[in-house]
Design a protein around this ligand. Sequence first.
Ligand SMILES: NC(=O)c1ccc[n+]([C@@H]2O[C@H](COP(=O)([O-])OP(=O)(O)OC[C@H]3O[C@@H](n4cnc5c(N)ncnc54)[C@H](OP(=O)(O)O)[C@@H]3O)[C@@H](O)[C@H]2O)c1
Length: 341
Amino acid sequence: MKMYTVAIVGATGAVGTQMLACLEEQQFPVGNLKLLASPRSAGKVIETPWGAVTIEAAASEAFDGVDIVLGAADDDVALALYPEAVKRGAVVVDNSHAFRLDPDVPLVVPEINAADALDHKGIIANPNCATIIGLVPTWPLHQLAGVTRMIVSTYQAASGAGVPGMRELEEQIGCMGRGEEMPAPRAFAAQLASNLIPQIGGEKFEGFTSEEMKLQNEGRKIMHLPNLRVNCTCVRVPVLRSHSESITLEFERDITLEQAREALAAAPGVKLVDDLDAQSPHDRWPMPLDTSDQDLIWVGRVRRDISNPDELRGITFWCCGDQIRKGAATNAVQIAKLLVE
Ligand SMILES: NC(=O)c1ccc[n+]([C@@H]2O[C@H](COP(=O)([O-])OP(=O)(O)OC[C@H]3O[C@@H](n4cnc5c(N)ncnc54)[C@H](OP(=O)(O)O)[C@@H]3O)[C@@H](O)[C@H]2O)c1
């Protein structure tokens, strides 16, 4: 079997750390591993399934001899470095927002548009985390009845803002427990513990934020639906890990509740947990604690949209998924596997 030289950029972050575990779990054929981060982390040694690896500062020369780059750093790092990595012969799977809407860059969720990944010019983009979590269960319903409109509210975990977001929530919960004065927020605009923050990203379009517009713009590209209508509200919640979403879909063809449930139960990447009568709450509906640190998108509360005048054209559901895994690292390694299989 051919083995590959793989580099992770942002290897010390929330997504980069998870990528290491995903490479091992998905049995990616890693021959040689390079871990890159900011100059602050250079020289640190990380134990990996492929031995101890010393972190290098990310720079163009670090990509010499690299076959596949998994990008887990911010947009500015991606824009500065990944075209250089491509010039040196690497294929980059990037988690930042930098290239997602570039017409020359495929934007891929393997359960939906795996074939797009093979039509790359050196860079493949991993979609926004809330977009992946919402689209994985939307896709099988779209295949049945043709989705025309999505109305979505997201409940996004602190770790969506990386290691600094996780640390800040943990610190705030600790302060509350000890009755200490709360330090000023840094990763978020306001205190998150015991609170909700109804803005993620800056303003982008008519009062909608950049995070909210990603679901429309990236969703259209991934599902090849240029006219998809999306109305999304993104909210940061005091949950450490795993995003949740309430989604209402409108369809162009009829779909019964039974058909929707059957399609969701059979869909790759989806687990249906939908039984209001179940004895255990864990079997009644998906919850972020239950969906943390695993790869499936759990779907529940599947019901007809009673506000839709056409009773067979609207479905509402709730879903939760680990955004560091399927929303980022797992999806990126799945894409990389498409390239080598
Ligand atoms: N967290 C999520 O749920 C999630 C989901 C989907 C996509 N994403 C995207 O994934 C990317 C990483 O997010 P994250 O949550 O993992 O962030 P994070 O925990 O803050 O980690 C950021 C990583 O970037 C590295 N870095 C910072 N400056 C750098 C530089 N100049 N050169 C090279 N590396 C540098 C950091 O290294 P140091 O430790 O040395 O500073 C760290 O390894 C972002 O583009 C984010 O939007 C995140």
